[in-house]
Ligand binder design. Structure first.
Ligand code: GLN
Length: 537
């Protein structure tokens, strides 16, 4: 193994420049060179994790195998790198401060006043080094959340400055920036120059600058950035608008990114392989056929709330050489009844009802499930989408007219979905759901078993409710197929219709879908969608 290196990506000027995608692309490029990178994300907020954050404000809550509820960027890392991360890779202000304060209470700093420097910054460096060591990583790839100049991430940046000082030659800083252009089209570098000064005032000297902009970086702009920000022209990279985010590693490599980065860090390549990645990207950009997939949700105005679902569709499409057009359907719009659903689902080849919390929009999702069952539209339910498929079946087939989940109607006379037993006594809200990867045993001969092609699977979860065991028999007797259960058989993990493709899971298989390893249920759904389209149904 080569001596471990650290790459620190800092954003400047503004948020929303795609720092997570850049960090992931750098990781994927390093993998293609035979190196093993491990990503770490610094988030300055004082929440311990993202579990209690509203998707409207913060986008999707991503869940790891170990149950950590973390930032959406972890989804991007895993989708690009095709590795399973754990919660230690997410370093938040909340985690750091609680560690430090606990240590102080235990007497860990007896006689001392506890300071940001050196105590907090030491804690960060120790943590970063430990993650590198535990993962035997060649490169620790650190994404600093937020933008340079934010109060929240100042202590992280300071810790990285110290790390660079302690391990000379092992740490490289990459600045991500944006070039605005005025109406005449001239790219303006001044904001980047100022941002670079700000970074330098913190004792940090970026060696690579990656530039987001609307049109390709001009040579004048490149020269100015080089001159004012003290980086060679060849160390400035263009990050233009792309057809798909998965193109970025290829676009950076075309500009000889790895040569520059590895040259700066003295890293040697032991491999050269971007072929499979490039062929998948090609299928995303230039697919043979297309299908229309509706996502029925309640946060559809903020697409980030469903980013993993959206990406899982892209991955499945790439493997089938299909372009899945996503049509966002607001669940409350389906509450008008069958006519409203029919209208919304015109030309739709498949429907996904994703996860969610709270009552709003649930009746619309139930109407969607009913329509799909009655009209044989392929349906995939994810967590809440699974629970509502069960509610719909209970109401309209099993004769349990007022069936519901106790999440939406505590007094339902037929609570077919109810609290998981262990959830009943829990009062605290942080990290208390059924979280993380759980095994599930699939029943042979079911669509779920066919999709996965195996008896035992493991998917990630994030829920408090389940199919009420008291109603299992009634539902099965009415014809609902229970295609997956927990290994002891106590929890219903998957259900499906007999007569058409309506497969649901209590888990979130979208969280484990990667470009190079698509989620089997999404592949199965898109195959069904393509079949339906072909038949002209
Ligand atoms: N609200 C439901 C539950 O807690 C579904 C959760 C989800 O879709 N992630 O069980």
């Amino acid at each position: 193994m080569q001596a471990r290196k650290y790459i620190v990506v800092v954003g400047s000027l503004m948020s929303g420049l795609g720092k997570g995608i850049i960090t992931s692309s750098i990781g994927r490029i390093l993998q293609s060179k035979g190196l093993s990178p491990i990503p770490i994300k610094f988030d300055g907020y004082l929440n311990v994790d993202c579990g209690t954050m509203n998707p409207f404000r913060h986008g999707e809550v991503f869940v790891l195998d170990d149950g950590t509820e973390c930032d959406m960027d972890f989804g991007t890392y895993e989708r690009f790198l095709n590795i399973d991360l754990n919660g230690k890779c997410s370093i938040t202000g909340g985690k750091l401060f609680s560690r430090l304060i606990e240590k102080e209470r235990r007497g860990g700093f007896l006689g001392r006043d506890v300071q940001f420097v050196p105590h907090l910054t030491d804690e960060i460096k120790t943590w970063v080094r430990a993650v590198g060591e535990e993962n035997k990583a060649d490169v620790v790839l650190i994404e600093v959340g937020g933008t340079v100049g934010d109060l929240e991430n100042g202590y992280f940046i300071e810790a990285m400055r110290q790390l660079a000082n302690e391990e000379p030659g092992s740490v490289i800083f990459i600045q991500l920036t944006y070039l605005p252009a005025l109406s005449a089209g001239e790219q303006k570098t001044k904001p980047t120059q100022h941002a670079n000064r700000l970074i330098q005032s913190m004792g940090i000297f970026p060696r690579i600058i990656i530039v987001r902009e609307g049109s390709p970086l001009t040579s004048e702009a490149r020269e100015k950035i080089s001159l004012y920000c003290s980086v060679p022209k060849g160390n400035i990279f263009d990050d233009p608008d792309l057809d798909t985010i998965y193109q970025l590693p290829i676009i950076l490599e075309k500009q000889k990114f790895s040569e520059v980065l590895m040259g700066e860090l003295g890293l040697k390549a032991s491999n050269e392989d971007m072929k499979k990645w490039s062929s998948l990207v090609q299928k995303i950009i230039d697919p043979k056929d297309e299908v229309n997939v509706a996502i029925v949700g309640k946060y559809t105005a903020v697409k980030d709330a469903y980013v993993s679902v959206k990406e899982a569709i892209v991955h499945a499409g790439a493997h089938l050489n299909l372009k899945p057009n996503v049509i966002w359907v607001e669940s409350t719009d389906l509450e008008g009844g069958e006519g409203a659903v029919k209208k919304a689902f015109t030309n739709i080849d498949a429907v996904i009802v994703p996860g969610g919390f709270g009552t709003r929009g649930t009746e619309g999702k139930i109407n969607a499930a009913k329509y799909c069952r009655e009209n044989k539209v392929p349906y995939l339910g994810l967590c809440l989408g699974c629970q509502l498929q069960v509610v719909e079946f209970a109401r309209n087939i099993a004769g349990l007219k007022d069936a519901n989940s106790t999440e939406f109607d505590e007094k339902s006379p037929a609570p077919v979905i109810d609290f998981l037993p262990e959830q009943k006594k829990i009062k605290e809200k942080g990290a208390t759901m059924r979280l993380g990867a759980y095994d599930c045993i699939l029943k042979k001969g079911t669509r779920a078993h066919e999709a996965y092609g195996t008896d035992k699977i493991s998917e990630r979860h994030r829920h408090r409710y389940e199919v009420n065991p008291d109603y299992r028999k009634a539902l099965e007797d009415a014809g609902l197929v229970i295609s997956g259960t927990s290994p002891d058989g106590s929890i219903v993990e998957m259900v499906e219709w007999k007569d058409s493709f309506g497969v649901s899971t209590q888990a979130h298989p979208e969280l484990k879908s990667r470009l190079e390893r698509p989620a089997p249920l999404f592949v199965a759904l898109l195959k069904e969608a393509a079949k339906r389209k072909k038949k002209g149904a």
